[in-house]
Design a protein around this ligand. Structure first.
Ligand code: WTA
Length: 645
């Protein structure tokens, strides 16, 4: 029996949404979406109010439009409209990598910085609809850059600072960015990240980029290309401190964010203006039970969607105080998170299971020596949280006092879709619980048959849907339809498997496609494979995920070398370094197994199902192996399974 954690009485007293409200709002959101969202869309400031609400079709040439005839500006909603009431209130608390380095930026200061950068961008020729690539560490300028793009109507594409020059180049080329905003170097855990040097390398193959803006973060020695590279501080200091936000249509693009799928290169997920902001702000308020003045901290990086929706856009649209952390959980030591919580009196704390698991390993004392008495609510995102980690988070970090919101969602969904509402939902450790407003989960079997009741299956989403959903893949609407709406026609297919229990709670079991989730970071196995086979000594490679104690999933690579090459420890290290260089450190294989052959069908298709089972050490459950061209290949792989003791 799963233990049930009811809403604590103390929490219920002040909660924004109770069970009755959840039930009423949910029913209306799916039965009368136009009425429901027509009302909640008003949480934003519109220049021209919308008269249309939902225009969505998940069939045919998939089209998703919300509030389509309204106009607004995202930056004006995140900044200008707050100035009268809370211009002098902190918008961003920035906590640097070094524990002695922190600052508060008010809404008025942030507004001015954004206006200055907007003027700089305009002077550099950036216009509405142009793409701007942002490759920055977790510094305030990252939020400024996002908001300045939104203000002038440019589409930002943030590339996580841990990605390699090659990965960065691919993402610049795909959307033809004309401007890159970066820093000299990043700083994480006391170590420097050569951001500008990576940009220089990437730009050797990117012809679209006219200008590079460089924020001075460390003062490290870098190369500036005359005419192309400009210091951010110099240009913004000279620029005007006011700027009129550009009027955008609700369906004008706001940003592109590249994410991994099961096939091919990363897809440019495109989000638009009105629906995205409405959904990000609404979920931020209700899922985190955000009250005026609360200090809210999401530990994600702005390079991922969680940073977009729940560090910058959702919180700032709500006039919240959002904390931005440059460092890592274990620097200078493993109590850093809790030290920061105490230092800034954080009330709401949102992190990833992989961080919780790695801190669990360091022992309770690292947590218990801090007070954490300001905490009221905890959150989890990015991967399934195992009940053991959930219970530790609840007991040790939250002192049995704070509810945990386990929030399931995706880059594609723009905001949280399945989650507890902390004043309404009794919690079950390991379950993301119930759908947010507008979200209609549907479970289907492999043939697409809809399953009712308590079942396990593939998780799809039916209309009416929610306004924060992605609209297309940048430059490839056909691929959008094929990727998400063709597997189970009429439904959006999430790529995740799930179980629905007798109370209607959802338990996400993980990806059912060839995407793996390493420390909460999405990786396509195909991407790692193509990096491996690009190495001159590799003939063939197959990559699968396997259970990893800290990372959730680890990367397991089966590698076949070309004739005559010897499998040595040195070569193993070289291949790991190679993948890091090709994609970035997050893609480093954890285990490489030399495989003289890979299990294939007679038509030559690699049987990944079998490789997954072997990597998981589940030799008894290989399933049907009758279609194998050469069964001895499998025997050999099992014989040589890594770490078999
Ligand atoms: C997984 C991150 C279980 C899931 C916001 C999804 C989760 C993928 C959870 C999206 C959760 C995210 N429980 N699994 N609470 N949150 N996932 O695009 O497999 O980086 O499909 O978005 O992460 O990852 P993405």
């Amino acid at each position: 029996m799963t233990e049930l954690f009811p809403v604590p009485a103390e929490f219920a007293k002040q909660a924004l949404i109770d069970e009755k409200t959840y039930q009423e709002w949910y029913a209306r959101s799916v039965n009368d979406p136009d009425g429901f969202w027509g009302e909640h869309g008003k949480r934003l400031d519109w220049i021209k109010p919308y008269t249309k609400v939902k225009e969505v079709s998940y069939t045919g040439d998939v089209s998703i439009n919300w509030f389509a005839d309204g106009t607004l500006n995202v930056a004006a909603n995140c900044l200008d409209r707050h100035l009268a009431k809370r211009g002098d209130q902190t918008a961003i608390i920035w906590e640097g990598d070094d524990p002695n380095d922190s600052k508060h930026v008010t809404y008025r200061e942030l507004h001015e910085q954004v206006c200055r950068l907007s003027n700089v961008m305009t002077d550099l020729g950036v216009k509405k609809g142009d793409r701007v690539t942002i490759y920055l560490p977790m510094i305030v300028e990252a939020a400024v850059a996002m908001l300045a793009c939104a203000r002038v109507g440019a589409i930002h594409s943030i590339v996580f600072g841990g990605f390699s020059p090659d990965a960065l180049a691919g993402r610049i080329q795909d959307c033809d960015s004309s401007l890159v905003i970066t820093a000299d170097e990043g700083l994480r855990g006391g170590r420097k990240v050569p951001l500008k040097a990576n940009v220089d390398k990437a730009l050797e193959t990117c012809w679209s980029v006219k200008n590079v803006l460089v924020v001075k973060r460390t003062g490290g020695n870098i190369h500036m290309v005359t005419g192309r590279d400009h210091w951010y501080e110099e240009l913004t200091a000279k620029a005007g401190a006011t700027h009129t936000a550009v009027e955008m249509n609700a369906e004008d693009p706001l940003f592109i964010l590249y994410t991994s799928g099961s096939t091919g290169k990363p897809k440019g997920v495109l989000h638009t203006t009105g629906g995205y902001l409405c959904y990000a702000s609404m979920t931020h308020q209700y899922v985190f039970d955000y009250h005026e003045g609360d200090v809210y901290w999401c530990t994600a990086d702005v390079g991922w969607v969680t940073g977009h929706s729940y560090i910058v856009y959702g919180p700032l649209a709500n006039g919240a105080i959002t904390l931005m952390f440059e460092g890592i959980p274990t620097y200078p030591d493993a109590s850093r998170f809790w030290q920061v919580v105490d230092k800034h009196k954080v009330n709401i704390f949102y992190t990833a299971p992989t961080a919780i698991r790695s801190l669990m390993r360091e022992g309770e004392e690292m947590v218990k020596k801090t007070s954490r008495s300001s905490l009221r609510l905890l959150g989890s995102v990015g991967e399934p949280i195992n009940p053991e980690a959930w219970l530790w988070y609840h007991r040790v970090v939250g002192d049995n006092r704070c509810p945990i919101v386990d929030t399931w969602w995706q880059t594609e969904t723009g905001g949280i879709l399945i989650t507890p509402l902390p004043g309404a939902t009794a919690l079950k450790p390991g379950s993301a619980t119930r759908p947010f407003f507008g979200v209609k989960p549907v479970m289907v079997d492999a043939e697409g048959k809809v399953l009712e009741g308590a079942v396990e299956g593939n998780l799809c989403l039916a209309e009416p849907g929610w306004p924060g959903q992605m609209r297309t893949i940048f430059g490839d609407h056909k691929r959008f339809g094929e990727t998400y709406f063709s597997t189970y026609p009429g439904y959006y297919f999430t790529g995740d498997g799930a179980r629905r229990d007798e109370d209607g709670y959802y338990w996400i079991t993980g990806r059912v496609d060839d995407v793996i989730n390493v420390s909460g970071h999405r990786m396509g196995t195909a991407e790692v494979e193509s990096a491996l086979v690009a190495h001159p000594k590799v003939a063939e490679a197959a990559v699968v995920g396997y259970p990893h104690e800290i990372k959730g999933q680890g990367i397991y690579a089966y590698v076949t070398l070309i004739q005559g090459e010897e499998p040595t420890e040195e070569l193993r290290k070289e291949l790991v370094a190679w993948v890091r260089k090709e994609i970035g450190p997050i893609a480093s294989p954890d285990l490489i197994q030399w495989s003289p052959g890979l299990p294939k069908t007679r038509s030559g298709k690699i049987m990944r199902r079998i490789l997954r089972k072997i990597a998981e050490n589940e030799f008894g459950a290989l399933g049907d192996t009758s279609t194998l061209a050469d069964p001895t290949v499998v025997e050999d792989l099992i014989e040589n399974r890594m770490n078999r003791g």
